[in-house]
Each structure stands twice: as C-alpha cells, then as structure tokens.
Ligand binder design. Structure first.
Ligand code: HEM
Length: 499
C-alpha cells in the first residue's frame, strides 16, 4: 500500500513538473521526433551548465562529439547549433524565409526597442522598409563616398594621439583607441559630430553606448526561463530602460539642434545620416518618423561600435604576434601609398594584402561568433534532423573558421590564404560568415569594410609597433571574453615608433 502511495506521489510530481515545463516553455506542444543529437540535459537547467564562459568554444567542442547539427536545452529554450558551411547555407540562404526571425532577448524589450529596431522586428513591411533605408540612404556606396571625409578626419585625430604617445615613449591602449575611433567615425558618419567635444551633451554618448553594450552582452536568466519574464524582476531589462532613456535624450537634443540649423540656413549641407533621415521624415510619402529615427540611431551605435573596435584590436594583436606579416603589410602600404601616410578609403582596392589581413582576422575572430540568434518558423528538416518550430538557432561561425576540414592550419594567422582567392565575407561563402547572411545579413558591412582597413592601414603605415616590456608573442594572453562582441580578455597595449 505504502508503495502505491509513493508511486502515486511520484506520478503527481512528474505531472506537476511537466505542467510547469509546459508553462515555462510558453505553452508549446511536445517535440517532434528525430531531433538533432546532443548531450543529455539535466532537469530544469538543461544544458546551461555546459556553455561555460566562452559558449562558442564549448559549442565547438560539443560539435566535435555530436556533429555539425546539435540540440541543447538551455533552461527551457530548445537550441539548435549549426557548425558546418553546408547547413549554414540551408539556414541562411536556401531556407532563409523559415529562419529569418530572431529570438528576441528580454532586455531589448526596454522602451519597446524590439518593436522598432531592424535588428529585432520580425520580417514584415517595417523590417523591409528599415532595411531599404540602411541599404539606400545610409550605407550605399554613394552615401558613404559623400561622407568619407568625416571618417578620414577621425583617423587623422587617432594618428595625432598615437604620435603623442610615440613622442613620450608611452604604450597606446589599442582597445581604448579602437573603441574611441570607431565610435567617433560612426558619430561623424551619423551626426557629423565628435563625441569628445567638450561641453557638448553628446560627450556622454560613448559612456552610454559602452554601458548598453556591456548590459546587452550579459547572459540573462529570463531568456532561458520565460516564466521569469512574467515575475518582472528588476534585471537587465530595467537597467537598459535607464540607458536607453539617456541615449534617446541625447539623440533628441542632437536632432532638435539639427532641425533648428536646417530652418535657419534653409539647407541640409552636412550630408550625414541624420540629414538623410530627416529628409525622409519630412517627406510625407515616407513611413519614417522621429521615433523610428531614434531606434535606428541606437542600433547603429550599439551594433557598430564594439564590433568594429574589437575586430580592429584583434587585427593589431595578430600583426604584433606575427611580425613577418606586419612587415609584408607595411611593404605593400609603403609601395602603394607611401611610407608614413594616412590611407584613404579609395586606396583600399589597391591593397590586396591589407584586405587579406582583414579577412583572415574575421576568420579567426568573428565579433559575433554565434551570429545573432535566429528562430525557426516551422518544424524543419536539416541534415536529416528536425529543427523544431520555435527553436533558437545559432550558427557557430567561430567553429567553422577553425575547422581543420575546411582550412589548412586553421589556428595559424596566414593572410596569404586569401590572396588570389574568391572567398569573401559578404555572405556568399558559407565557410566565412562574420557578418551572417541572407536577408538579415549585417547592414553595417559596407561601413565596417571601409573603417577597418582605413584605421588598421594607417596605424601600421605611420608607425612601427612593439609590445610592452615583458610581453612577447609567445606569452601573450590570446583568450577572448564573451559579450555583445567578442573582445580580448586582456586589453592590448603597444608602443608606437614612427616609421
Ligand atoms: C566588424 C564589424 C561588424 C560585424 C562583425 C558585424 C556582425 C553582425 C552580425 C553577425 C549580424 C547578424 C547577422 C545575421 O543574423 O545573419 C549583424 C547584424 C546587424 N548589424 Fe552588424 N556587424 C558589424 C558592424 C556593424 C556596423 C558598423 C553596423 C551599423 C553601423 C551594424 C549594424 C547591424 C544591424 C542593425 C544588425 C541587425 C540586422 C538585422 O537583424 O536585420 N553592424 N552584424
């Protein structure tokens, strides 16, 4: 009899657990069969404990055991991780329509950002409209050509500040300098504005962007246990509410100043992104309004700043660890541009080795190693397994970049592998996808591919670099830190010497 009571209790507990799981999963039904292989999940936490501090590396390791498509339970979120170019192509290109919506993190719901941001809205007329604005009004070749002088000025200032360190024999904190220059190049492209200008309200912008990126990069339990969203604990979402409020106030202020200038002068002669957007707001046939402009600017700063900065820092790190590659790059620059000169965007096509360095660096250090999570719109068969509807889909581009079945000596920094090769980073070569692919490919790609060679090329054409006392390529900490963009765990500091 006692046994019967015990079994009944166990059944009741099991039933209760299943019901709670169902609620926590947001009410989705039982899974289809033939799910991808993967490690056995623990109750409640699933496989969360297997992610570690560097999920792209832990997932690459799991892929070596279970194959190029694996399934994990992250809390109550079924997650499928893809680690092969063939399957990435299915998800990002062939069946793009099924996978082009995002898994929206709880924190970006602050200020309804998820409802107005191109990065999070589902594929819809608004999404297509915003993408059209990015492609034709912000980052088209024509528009970027028109405001390239704004970025060139920022690189000039970077050189001036590095020269001061060179004169004093001081090391440059490359991470700091890269973030400042990337953000300044972006703020000039968008607002014709220097964020470092004293007494200007926008000088706070750098700090706020930094805080937003830091907050958005932190793991949030509410994303794995949907039931926590309903409890409404004060967490990352609340903190982002505060930061978004601050940044929106800065954007409001800048926009008001510009509107006043346009009224006073009767023209829009800045030729920057803000002018282009305000022209659209004033055009009655367009959907764009001031609220959308604010969310759009937020995306540009947050998505563009840290990604570009950490990519530049990694590229400098690789060159300092591989002096013979640095010498070869400098030889190309000295020959094509002239020793000691700043490079301009128009020079980039004439610098194949510099471009190869940028690609090789993207292969080894993609700023978003798992891309930005997608969501499966239906039960879908890929690689012989079912990706269930509603599952989070991650593409491990970091794992593909280091896969020895795709690349010779994958851990070696060898820009030469891209010389004379057609492989590019624009979403057509699925073994190299630092910007993702398909209809959600990074819209900032054209800007990033101008800024990176511009900054990197100028830094190495004007200066020689040496590591700080006691640091050698052999003992240098090459670990990374997972966040909104993958950064170096330890900031790179290097001493510039004029060439
Ligand atoms: C090294 C620089 C950069 C890297 C590596 C990078 C990488 C990425 C990746 C991997 C995605 C997700 C793509 C996908 O889901 O397939 C993305 C999306 C996005 N990026 Fe970038 N990005 C960079 C720079 C920029 C810049 C400079 C901007 C803007 C100024 C920008 C704006 C965006 C936006 C708005 C999205 C969301 C697009 C959407 O969901 O439709 N990014 N980026």
């Amino acid at each position: 009899m006692d046994y019967l009571v015990l079994i009944l209790c166990l059944y009741l507990l099991w039933g209760l657990f299943q019901a709670l799981s169902f609620v926590a999963r947001g009410g989705r039904k039982a899974r289809p069969s033939n799910l991808p292989p993967g490690p056995r999940p623990l109750p409640i936490i699933g496989n969360l404990h297997q992610l570690g501090d560097l999920p792209h590396k832990s997932l690459a390791k799991l892929a070596r055991t279970y194959g190029p498509i694996i399934k994990l339970e992250l809390g109550f979120v079924t997650t499928v991780v893809i680690s092969s170019p063939a399957l990435a192509k299915e998800i990002l290109q062939t069946h793009d329509a099924v996978f082009s919506n995002r898994m929206v993190p709880n924190s970006v719901m602050a200020h309804d950002h998820d409802k107005f941001s191109v990065a999070w809205v589902p594929v819809s007329p608004l999404f297509r409209y915003l993408r059209k604005i990015y492609n034709s009004q912000i980052f088209s070749s024509k528009k970027l050509d028109l405001n390239q002088h704004l970025r060139s000025k920022k690189v000039q200032e970077l050189i001036t500040s590095v020269r001061k360190c060179a004169c004093a024999g001081e090391a440059v904190n490359i991470s700091e300098a890269a973030f400042r220059t990337s953000l300044n190049a972006i703020s000039n492209t968008v607002f014709s504005l220097d964020m470092m200008e004293p007494l200007h309200p926008a000088r706070e912008l750098k700090e706020v962007v930094w805080q937003i990126a830091a907050e958005a990069g932190k793991p949030n339990l509410a994303d794995y246990f949907p039931v926590l969203k309903k409890i409404g604990l004060r967490g990352p979402k609340h903190r982002l509410e505060v930061h978004f409020e601050k940044i929106f106030n800065i954007f409001d202020d800048l926009t008001q100043r510009r509107l006043q200038l346009r009224t006073e002068t009767g023209s829009d002669k800045c030729n920057d992104v803000l002018d282009n957007l305000l022209d659209l707001v004033e055009d009655k046939n367009e959907t764009l309004d001031m609220s959308l402009v604010k969310h759009l600017c937020l995306d540009i700063f947050v998505a563009g700043g840290e990604t570009t900065a950490s990519t530049l820092e990694w590229a400098m790190t690789e060159l300092l660890c591989n002096p013979e590659k640095l010498v070869r790059a400098q030889a190309e620059l000295h020959q094509v541009i002239g020793k000691g000169k700043q490079i301009e965007e128009a020079d980039i096509p004439r610098l194949p080795y510099l471009q190869a360095i940028v690609k090789e660096n993207f292969r080894l250090h993609p700023a978003a190693p798992l891309l930005v999570p997608r969501k499966s719109g239906e039960d879908f068969i890929a690689g012989g397994f079912t990706i269930p509807k509603g599952a989070q889909v991650l593409i491990n581009v970091w794992a593909m970049g280091r896969d020895p079945s795709i690349w010779d000596d994958p851990d070696k920094f060898m820009p030469e592998r891209f010389l004379g090769s057609d492989i590019d980073v624009r979403g057509q070569n699925f073994e190299l996808l630092p910007f993702g692919g398909g209809r959600r490919i990074c819209p900032g790609l054209p800007l990033a591919l101008r800024m990176l060679p511009l900054m990197l090329g100028s830094l190495i054409n004007i200066f020689n670099w040496r590591l700080e006392e006691g640091v050698t390529p052999e003992n240098m900490n090459m670990e990374d830190k997972f966040g909104m963009a993958i950064q170096r765990a330890e900031s790179l500091k290097a001493v510039p010497i004029p060439v």
